[in-house]
Unconditional design. Sequence first.
Length: 199
Amino acid sequence: MESSNKILDVLYKYRFSKDIVYRILKSRARDLSNMVSPYLSKSDLILDIGPASCTVTETLIKQDLKVFPLDVENYSIVDTVLPTLYDGYRMPFKDNQFDTSLILFVLHHTPDPVQVLTEVKRVSRKILILEDIVTSPAHKSMTAALDSLMNLEFYDQPHTNKSDEEWRSIFGDLGLKLIAQEFKSSAAIMRHALYVLKN
């Protein structure tokens, strides 16, 4: 597996270090899965956009959910789960092909979150978004620094984080209806928002 994250490439190269990373990511995947699973149904066709390690995808699949990963590169650390790859612009799916799309801590890693959301809206009826939200320019800088450290990604990261108010404005402009919202925090700095949206 070769990706643009050279640090992960080294860690994934050796079974011992790969297993350590996998165990760490599996613990986080269980937490994320617990946050989103109340909004998912076993009858849903679910698209997991930007799943990176694919550990959340794997965890949800083990809950008998029908989840399909989609990413711009293959970052999967799960041998049995490989993402469909696309160019980051046009998703290779029909309109409303999926009941639900998951976008878990992905949008702030994209240079144009609105473009991504527009395409996600096209292919799915419901959207679950988890994002690191920011409250000030200083908080945005601290959030970006901690995010880079946690993801071992220090270059070419746009960090297009937004405030809750900015996200809600974007959703409204796109014609997305906010039907549920939750807030959480971690590491004394990070502020997280879960948005459940419908077309």
